[in-house]
Design a protein around this ligand. Structure first.
Ligand code: ADP
Length: 194
């Protein structure tokens, strides 16, 4: 399987690049943010719980997020692989993901981190908020909170994958197509598949 963690701060372009990667590699896109938003739309219990954290720019608690992700992965019978987008965001989530993949006799192939300066992130998110109507993209304070949570909690996840020799930083500023090429190069070289 080809299992990619697509990493980066809010607004780094993970969703955009995921769409292109799934088309090229035929793997499944699992975005925890998208799954939470689908639950909010559907008015589920999980959605109501997640909303209370998301609206404040906070992380949804690990246990809830991990259980949800495990259940999503289990839905697929013999997948070619997954792109994990927005997950893992904490060290606990990263080790839970390793345990889950080990139970399927596979592992993360690459952790690709899109790197974008904070000023650019703030601009992109405010712009996205105008079109998407995502409540967490409209308020500059909530945007800042999400960037702060990324810097204080999520950035550490890089170290987790660095220790496994799987981390690769990718310049996330420039043309969408150029960034996509960089991601594909990183995937196609050092391709470790299990
Ligand atoms: P972005 O990367 O632009 O912040 P996402 O759609 O990935 O957008 O996430 C939106 C919100 O969903 C986050 O701010 C957080 O509240 C929640 N969320 C998404 N993924 C996770 C996760 N792995 N752990 C905890 N909370 C999460």
């Amino acid at each position: 399987m080809l299992n990619i963690v697509l990493f980066g701060p809010p607004g780094a372009g993970k969703g955009t690049q995921s769409e292109k990667l799934i088309a090229k590699y035929g793997i499944i896109h699992l975005s925890t943010g998208d799954i939470f938003r689908a639950n909010i739309k559907g008015g589920t219990e999980l959605g109501n719980l997640a909303k209370s954290f998301m609206d404040q720019g906070k992380l949804v608690p690990d246990e809830v997020t991990i259980n949800m992700l495990n259940a999503e992965v289990e839905k697929y019978e013999s997948p070619k692989g997954f792109i994990f987008d927005g997950f893992p965001r904490t060290a606990a989530q990263a080790s839970a993901l390793d345990v889950l993949l080990q139970s399927k006799d596979t592992e993360i192939s690459h952790m690709l981190a899109l790197e974008v300066p904070e000023d650019e992130l703030r601009q992109r998110l405010l712009l996205r908020g105008k079109d998407s109507g995502r409540p967490d993209d409209i308020n500059p304070e909530i945007i800042q909170k999400r960037i702060d949570v990324y810097n204080s909690k999520t950035e550490l996840v890089k170290v987790y994958y660095e220790k496994q020799g799987k981390y690769k930083g990718i310049n996330g500023v420039g043309e969408i197509e150029t960034i996509f090429e960089l991601l594909c190069q990183a995937i196609d070289t050092n391709l470790v598949m299990k």
